[in-house]
Design a protein around this ligand. Structure first.
Ligand code: ADP
Length: 163
């Protein structure tokens, strides 16, 4: 039984993340999405809202075995607590690869038993990144091809609250 963990800030959750989750759920016996709380960055969406949005989406996609948790510690500690052997991450570009490669080395130093597995994105999710979505949102651009409708609604509500 191979347990995997997919960590990230997921602010906001996108179709690119959901694609990695769908593919990860096929590869591993169990998959936990771990929403990492970054105290240094001001989030667009709060972690509990991201969790609820993921749960709604996973149910709609019939991915009922994928768990969603919020965690603010070291990801290798989370893996050890739940007995997960794999850290799953996605890559869109060579820049992502460089970053993910360095992160994998760091995590390997922290716990040599935990393996990082990288899944390359599908071409249609290539341009999907949180910073682009934030910018489009601020300028009133269309983000419907990037995030599920419930995420778009949550983002618009959040923007209205801030203005
Ligand atoms: P982090 O802040 O930890 O990088 P993100 O939420 O930005 O968290 O991303 C979580 C993981 O999902 C990362 O491995 C990232 O490379 C991957 N990812 C983000 N967007 C996409 C996408 N469009 N296609 C594939 N993987 C993606």
């Amino acid at each position: 039984m191979v347990k995997a963990v997919f960590p990230g800030s997921f602010d906001p959750p996108t179709y690119g993340h959901l694609n990695i989750i769908t593919r990860g759920a096929v590869l591993f016996d169990s998959l936990d999405i771990v929403i990492a709380v970054n105290s240094q960055k001001k989030p667009l969406l709060k972690a509990d809202i991201i969790k609820a949005l993921f749960e709604e989406q996973l149910q709609a996609m019939n991915l009922n075995d994928v768990r969603v948790v919020i965690y603010d510690g070291l990801i290798v500690d989370y893996c050890r607590t739940v007995g997960a052997a794999v850290l799953l991450r996605g890559v869109r570009s060579s820049a992502d690869f460089n970053y993910e490669f360095e992160l994998s080395i760091l995590n390997k130093q922290l716990d040599e038993k935990i393996e990082t597995v990288l899944i390359p994105t599908e071409p249609r999710y290539f341009v999907l990144r949180s910073s682009t979505i934030k910018e489009l949102l601020n300028l009133g651009g269309d983000i419907s091809a990037m995030v599920p409708p419930a995420v778009e609604t949550a983002l618009i509500k959040q923007r209205e609250r801030q203005t």
